[in-house]
Design a binder for this molecule. Structure first.
Ligand code: G6P
Length: 467
């Protein structure tokens, strides 16, 4: 449970995030709101319940009328309505075809269109107005992520004395990439409306500090920047997971049995697992090719190991995602066509989101977990796998370009651009001796256990309270 100091508990907390922490689902003949699973929701729920407060976010619809505010799970929900056209331009366009690729090493060419920029401004203003409308004098606002980078300054314009925090869940790019964006100054000034800007790692915080000095009037100051007579802290606050929730599930006898059933279904072959949103940042395509290379070398065959790839559907309205799906499915087909045996499949591919209990059974069954994004703000799958290894078995292969790599340096670190190197690492991971596995996994598990998602939100709120 998060600790809330007296100073922090002075006012209520207003969270502003693109999505609400609850989804409308059909139950029989009526619609009900169900809390969404996920790290951010589990981190902020206890804070919201203890301090009182509200969550401002998209109501999940794009037609019809806006959903009215309501109480849910101990706090207030303020839905923001976004039209179908705005969703295309603000969400699919500017957020996911301009900012997302730009902030992830330009893995796809970011597109810059004024017709997307203006809806981004307008929708940010709507979220900011919703927060302003419900803020009391002492309340603290915490804005989340790249979809809402203008909101901090928009809120500051109407509430100059407010405590405003911002957290970026993605990386913040190096200056030379960020400089390409025609609205770079406006985005930076939007962020500078906050008192504390949190990043996943030091590199992102430094990129931001350097870029803000170049394109705005901000000046370097000991903890971050000085801007308009205010101190703006820019620092690393690595996000984490709800460790006890995952560990409780990992010890749930039903889930343990399910994982054993799972292993038996795969003839007790070593399982190499990947679990990702089907996003081009995640390196799923290269991971498959690295496994293909191992099979081509003949060091192992399909009867010696199986690769299981869970690909969670995401942002299907953006073309790059549909193309990636085709590529991944072609690779799976090609690898199985070439290397599967009549009785042993080489790659098992699932394009679906798994319920958490099934997901944990997969983690428990996996001998090798491959988390190999080309670029990732943090990557919580790596942390989830590690904390469910309560007996310190299993091997984590982790990309050096995931934010998680700066904490999880006892993993087998790989460069996801190097197919041969990745193939070598798969072979190495399968052969790693038990003592070495145990030593590494124990160190990884201890590391994640010592910094949970509650420590993350607590350390951010403490800095924001000025303590
Ligand atoms: C990433 C982003 C989050 C986003 C999530 C799901 O983790 O950092 O802001 O919520 O992807 O993406 P979606 O587009 O479905 O909201």
């Amino acid at each position: 449970m998060a600790k809330v100091s007296s100073k922090q508990s002075g006012g209520r907390l207003i969270v502003v995030a693109n999505r609400l922490p609850a989804k409308r689902v059909r139950k029989g003949r009526s619609w009900v709101w169900e809390t969404s699973p996920g790290g951010l929701v589990s981190a902020l729920h206890p804070l919201l319940r203890e301090r009182g407060g509200a969550w401002v976010g998209w109501d999940g619809t794009s037609g019809g009328r806006a959903v009215k505010p309501f109480d849910h799970d101990g706090f207030r929900i303020h839905p923001v309505h976004v039209t179908k056209d705005e969703l295309d331009k603000f969400y699919a366009g500017f957020s996911n075809r301009t900012l997302w690729p730009l902030y992830h090493d330009a893995l796809r060419a970011p597109e810059f269109h004024r017709r997307w920029w203006w809806p981004y401004v307008e929708v940010n203003q709507r979220y900011a107005d919703a927060a302003i409308g419900i803020m009391g004098k002492k309340d603290t606002v915490w804005v989340q992520d790249y979809q809402l980078q203008l909101a901090p300054a928009m809120i500051r314009a109407k509430r100059p004395g407010a405590r405003i925090g911002f957290f970026l869940h993605t990386p913040f790019p190096p200056e030379e990439l960020f400089a390409k964006m025609p609205w770079r100054r406006q985005v930076l000034e939007g962020l500078l409306g906050a008192d504390v800007i949190g990043f996943q790692d030091k590199l992102s915080a430094m990129n931001f500090i350097r870029t803000a000095q170049r394109f705005t009037a901000a000046k370097r100051h000991e903890q971050g920047l000085l801007y308009n007579g205010r101190t703006v802290i820019a620092d690393a606050f690595p996000i984490s997971i709800d460790v006890s929730r995952y560990q409780d599930l990992a010890m749930d006898p039903e889930i343990v049995v399910a994982s054993e059933r799972f292993r038996a279904a795969w003839d007790h072959r070593p399982i190499i697992l990947g679990v990702d949103r089907l996003d081009y940042t995640k390196g799923i395509d290269i991971r498959l090719r690295a496994f293909e290379e191992v099979l081509r070398r003949g060091t192992i065959s399909a009867k010696d190991a199986v690769m299981i790839q869970i690909a969670v559907p995401t942002r299907q309205s953006v073309d790059d995602y549909a193309e990636l799906r085709d590529t991944v499915e072609q690779y799976v087909g090609r690898i199985n066509g070439t290397y599967a045996m009549t009785d042993f499949i080489a790659v098992h591919y699932v394009y679906r989101s798994l319920p958490i209990r099934e997901l944990i059974a997969c983690y428990l069954a996996a001998d090798v977990m491959m988390v190999t994004p080309f670029r990732d703000g943090m990557n919580l799958v790596a942390k989830e796998y590690v904390v469910t290894r309560t007996r310190d078995t299993g091997v984590l292969v982790l990309s050096e370009f995931a934010g998680a790599a700066s904490e999880l340096n006892d993993a087998l670190l790989v460069n996801p651009h190097d197919i041969d190197g990745m193939a070598n690492m798969i072979e190495h991971a399968l052969e790693l001796d038990a003592a070495e596995r145990k030593k590494r996994m124990r160190a990884l598990r201890k590391r994640v256990e010592s910094h949970t998602v509650h420590d993350w939100s607590d350390s951010f709120m403490t800095r924001l309270a000025g303590e």
